[in-house]
Design a protein around this ligand. Structure first.
Ligand code: GLN
Length: 190
């Protein structure tokens, strides 16, 4: 299995290491042709304005959308999650519209408001991501999820991990801890 990682800007290496620890191959995606032969795709965190400009420059918006609409699994983390949203608020950039929700940039504040937390326990049921250490770095908030959006984890009541069909997103950075549950969720669908 080969997992493509969008390598325009952001936390590319750490995602590659997480995927390789699970025994899959990785490939960097910088051009449309890099998507050939890829079974799953990761859009890493970073700076969505920078990543967006890069996507426009190399003409990757349409190819990424086509890839996702073909049904192959896609994971977006932090800035990557923003890029998947239907709509972005607070300095919006062009998004792919693959997740029916609104992503609000830097909703927890600036870099100094970065933090780690574990998912909420609701009615005694922590869910499949119980105890996962979620690292938030200038994270967005995901608001107004549509009926197709499944919320897999919340922190302080806000969705931090969501899935809509083959598209998975986290507002935290799963590549920064040794817990590979999020990457496993991606690979399971591939
Ligand atoms: N705040 C960044 C943005 O709006 C995302 C931060 C991240 O990916 N860690 O693009």
């Amino acid at each position: 299995m080969k997992v493509g990682i969008l390598a325009i800007q952001g936390d590319v290496e750490a995602h590659a290491k997480a995927v390789e620890r699970l025994g899959a191959e990785t490939a960097w995606v910088r051009r449309e042709k890099d998507l050939a032969g890829i079974d799953a795709l990761i859009l890493p965190g970073g700076e969505s304005t920078t990543i967006s400009k890069g996507l426009e420059r190399v003409g990757l918006y349409e190819p990424l959308e086509t890839f996702a609409r073909s049904g192959k699994p896609v994971l977006g983390t932090c800035a990557g999650a923003l890029l998947l949203a239907r709509e972005i608020e607070n300095y919006p950039v062009r998004s792919l519209g693959l997740l029916d929700l609104v992503a609000v940039r830097n909703a927890y504040g600036t870099q100094v408001n970065s933090f780690a937390a574990v998912p909420d326990v609701i009615e005694g049921r922590p869910g499949p991501l119980e105890g996962l250490r979620c690292v938030f770095i200038r994270a967005p908030q995901l608001r107004r999820p549509g009926p197709e959006v499944e919320v897999l984890a919340r922190v302080d009541g806000w969705p931090v991990c969501v899935r809509q069909g083959n598209v998975l997103a986290t507002t935290f950075h799963p590549e920064l801890t040794d817990d590979t549950r999020i990457h496993q969720l991606l690979l399971e669908k591939a």
